[in-house]
Ligand binder design. Structure first.
Ligand code: AMP
Length: 364
């Protein structure tokens, strides 16, 4: 990292070949943030866990379009990982992340439609984020937590009981540190977006929540930092989840409204996919299993029996991809030896009313 002097008494770390400041303490962010309040300059926050990909970069682009300053946080938040999850192998790629941010910032500077650029990265340590000591990952851990129930206990929260407690807590901390006018989240983690909107509303935070579309690989797989665990064999069929959800979307578009009819299309697709895999030789086969497929209310994430024509619904799902059978000599199994991978994805089923009002709108 290069350093330049901000004042006689203070050195400011920046990402090489850029003007992006790197803040590691709460005080340094606050010192930078304070004058922008008086200058009425808008500040956006894009919270991430690093291992940046095009999905993250799309959020930063959207933030730069509308805000004078963009702050990107990079923090692998231990409190949102379960005790048996991948905290210790989660990809950490700071060098590549810094280079991607420097490149993107140069791109943003070229486009006059942007209000702002990447002003800073906030990259705290766990000690900075948990000054009283990190409370641990157990459900019974004691500490200062933000919990949002029952929303945070459903779906992803049911499978990962500390996940949304960790997310809500760390986002509340980040929002208090950066004091953003707007925060940017990806639809990829749809339940998280519903939870953050609820957090902002229930705690009267003066923040606008902006949700941006899921960025996908050409074959439809939603980009995710965890895709590196898949390896070549599983990667070839990992778009299965999106294709299954799309089967349900087609059923919805064809007029299906009740739960059974909408979800059956996805279940049939996955059943067929499993049969096809079983017909393949073991050294080419991919084993996967449906964790859940959900049709939920867009405000509460409670399961619905029928899609409300005025609200639409959220179709979401999770699949487990098991470690491959009979790995071949030299086969790319994925990062960390190709462990069990759980992928999530979703599609928003727009209200019928929306279809009629916004004619020709591009939908998934
Ligand atoms: P993460 O680093 O995985 O915690 O994600 C940080 C932010 O990026 C969250 O708001 C995610 O929803 C968002 N994000 C992750 N993957 C994608 C994607 N493929 N498209 C759009 N946003 C994404």
């Amino acid at each position: 990292m290069s350093t330049g002097s901000a004042s006689a008494s203070e050195e400011v770390e920046t990402i090489p070949s850029s003007t992006i400041r790197v803040f590691r303490t709460v005080e340094s962010v606050r010192r930078w943030r304070h004058p922008h309040l008086f200058r009425h300059k808008s500040v956006a926050l894009v919270p991430t866990m690093g291992a940046l990909h095009e999905g993250h970069l799309s959020l930063i682009r959207a933030a730069a379009r509308k805000n004078d300053h963009v702050v990107v946080s990079i923090f692998v938040n231990p409190a949102q990982f379960g005790e048996d999850e991948d905290l210790h192998t989660y990809p950490v790629t700071w060098g590549a992340d810094a280079a991607a941010l420097a490149r993107l910032d140069a791109e943003l500077a070229e486009d006059h439609r942007n209000c702002g650029r990447i002003s800073a990265v906030f990259k705290p340590s766990p000690e900075v984020m948990y000054p009283e000591g990190y409370p641990g990952q157990a459900v019974t851990s004691k500490g200062s937590f933000v919990t949002i129930t029952p929303l945070g206990e459903l779906l992803e929260g049911e499978r990962r009981p500390t996940f949304f407690r960790g997310v809500a807590t760390v986002c509340m901390k980040l929002f208090n540190i950066v004091q953003p006018d707007r925060v940017y989240f990806g639809q990829k983690d749809v339940q998280q977006t519903v939870l953050i909107r609820r957090l902002v509303r229930d705690f009267m935070l003066p923040i606008e929540v902006v949700v941006r579309p899921t960025i996908r690989a050409p074959d439809g797989l939603a980009l995710s930092s965890r895709n590196v665990y898949l390896g070549t064999r599983r990667r070839q069929v990992a778009n299965m989840l999106y294709r299954g959800l799309k089967a349900s979307l087609h059923a919805y578009r064809a007029g299906a409204r009740d739960r059974e009819a909408v979800l059956q299309a996805a279940h049939d697709f996955f059943d067929r996919g499993q049969e096809l895999q079983l017909q393949r030789p073991a050294n080419e086969r991919v084993s996967f299993e449906v964790d859940y497929i959900s049709l939920a209310d867009p405000d509460t994430m409670e399961e619905v029996e029928e899609v409300d024509p005025f609200k639409g619904a959220i179709l979401s799902g999770a699949l487990y991809f098991f470690p491959v059978d009979l790995p071949q000599e030299g086969e790319d199994l994925g990062a960390s030896g190709g462990p069990l991978v759980r992928l999530i994805d979703n599609i928003i089923l727009r209200p019928d009313v929306f279809d009629r009002v916004i004619v020709g709108s591009k939908q998934e």
